[in-house]
Structures are given as C-alpha cells and as structure tokens.
Design a protein around this ligand. Structure first.
Ligand code: GLP
Length: 260
C-alpha cells in the first residue's frame, strides 16, 4: 500500500487530481469510480478547474457510482447520482449517459445489484476507484461486518453512519436506512484503488485500515490485499500511523506521478 502524507487537505486533493489527470491522459476511455462524501470534493474542484483550462478531458471516459441511497426520489438533491453530477460531472465534458449507478428504483433490487456488477464487467472493469472512509471504517456503504468479498448488494446503514450523513439532510430522520453499495469484492476488482482522507476524525479509522488487522470489523482494511492501493492523507488524518515517518521519507519531495 502506498501511503502519501501531505501537509494540507488541499495538497492531498492535488495528488488525487494529478492521478486522475495522468490516467485520463494515458487512457481517455478510462472508467472512473467516483465517490461521494466530502473527502474527494477538493479533487473534483481541481479537476473542474483543469478542465476549464483545457488540460483534462472526460468526453471518452465513463464514470461509475460507488453507492446510492434507497428510497429517495431520483431527483432528490442528496441522491448520489445528483451529488456527483452537481459536484463534478456536470462541470466537465462527461455526458450524463456516461455516468452509471445501481438502479435503486428497480422492483427487484437483488437483480438490479447483480446487473450493476455485470455492467462494471462489461465496461471492462474500473480503472481507478476513488474512495473516502467512514468514521467506522466503512468503504462505500460497506458497514463493519461486511464480507471482504461481497458484491454489490443492499445494506442497512448503522446509526453512526446515519448520524454522520445527517448533515446533508434537513433532519436526521430523513437519512435513508438502506442503500445499494458496491461490495468490497467489487471495489477491489478496480485496477487501482485510491483512498483519500483528511482531518482529525479520520486518524483512527485510517490507522485501523492501513496498519490494523485485516478484519471485517474495519471494512477498509480490505485495501491491504489490493496490489495497487494508494492512501492519500493530510497530516491530521495520518496522526495515528505508526509508520508515518517511513511514509514521509519514502515519498518526500517526489511529484505524485512518480510514485503512484
Ligand atoms: C458516505 C459515503 C462514503 C464516504 C463516507 C465518508 O458514507 N457512502 O463513500 O467515504 O461517507 O464521507 P466523508 O468523505 O464526507 O467523510
């Protein structure tokens, strides 16, 4: 696992944006796995700026969602498809029909989940999956206890995750109880997985994910098994790492493209 520790959240966003830009330059038809939450927002903003400066183009790329709430109307502003469009894809040249997500409005949800996994395979697999981490160590919406090989499926959110996400809704009661999420097996099928985490509340889950035991109680620890996993942190989120000095030394002063 490559652990890159940057000074600030802004520096972390730059590293992430550079990885996306390099991928899309090399492979314009790349499949990008996009995550919601606050963690990737800085990178999305930089990518929008770079697109406006005509330094990166997404017209031939595709984007796929990591997860989606069940029960929100499709035009709800907090439905993850709407969030990703508002925060990123509508501001670059990625057409809405090139953004894919699980069909949480289908009558038969297990069939829709299986269809989504098939779609990801038909697209040729995900080239780069961006990820945040929940304070309980979740990836996507794979809550603690998730099978490390799980596929896309319906999950029930924990009280802690619903409380974390209540800030996006008018009242905590409006946060859906159920979601469809790519499974941990689905996520780790991506050729490169990149987790970005910033701020003090992420220090503990990051330490468990990166240096703790591989265990379903910390779903993000599954990244330890991935042959190409990158974790981009600011100093606050790196505060719990035993090997922080080693990571700082290993990546000191190198432009991100040299080591990622
Ligand atoms: C949600 C999303 C996750 C995200 C997590 C952390 O639960 N489903 O994909 O990683 O929130 O969010 P944030 O980046 O806002 O801390």
């Amino acid at each position: 696992m490559e652990v890159v520790i940057t000074w600030t959240a802004e520096d972390a966003a730059r590293v992430v944006a550079d990885v996306v830009m390099r991928l899309v330059a090399e492979r314009p038809a790349a499949v990008l796995g996009l995550a919601t939450g606050t963690s990737p927002l800085g990178a999305y903003r930089l990518l929008i700026e770079e697109h406006r400066a005509r330094k990166v183009f997404f017209a031939a790329a595709r984007a796929v969602l990591l997860d989606e709430y069940i029960g929100l109307p499709p035009d709800h502003p907090e439905a993850y498809r709407a969030v990703i469009r508002r925060e990123f894809t509508d501001h670059v040249d990625l057409a809405p029909d090139r953004l894919h997500g699980p069909d949480v409005w289908a009558d038969d949800l297990p069939a829709a989940c299986a269809r989504y996994d098939r779609l990801l395979a038909e697209l040729g697999g995900v080239d780069l999956q961006l990820l945040g981490i929940g304070t309980d160590g979740h990836l996507g919406f794979n809550e603690p206890g998730s099978s490390l090989r799980s596929r896309t499926r319906v999950k029930t959110l924990t009280t802690a995750t619903r409380a974390d996400n209540a800030r996006f809704f008018a009242s905590p009661d409006e946060v859906p109880h159920h979601v469809v999420t790519q499974g941990l097996g689905t996520i780790t099928d991506a050729r490169h997985v990149l987790l970005v985490a910033t701020g003090k509340p992420k220090a503990e889950p990051v330490a468990r994910a990166v240096e703790g035991p591989l265990a379903a109680v910390c779903p993000a620890s599954v990244l330890q098994l991935h042959p190409h996993a990158t974790v981009v942190l600011d100093e606050a989120a790196a505060a719990g790492l035993q090997l922080a000095d080693y990571y700082r030394e290993a990546y000191a002063g190198k432009p991100s493209w040299q080591h990622l």
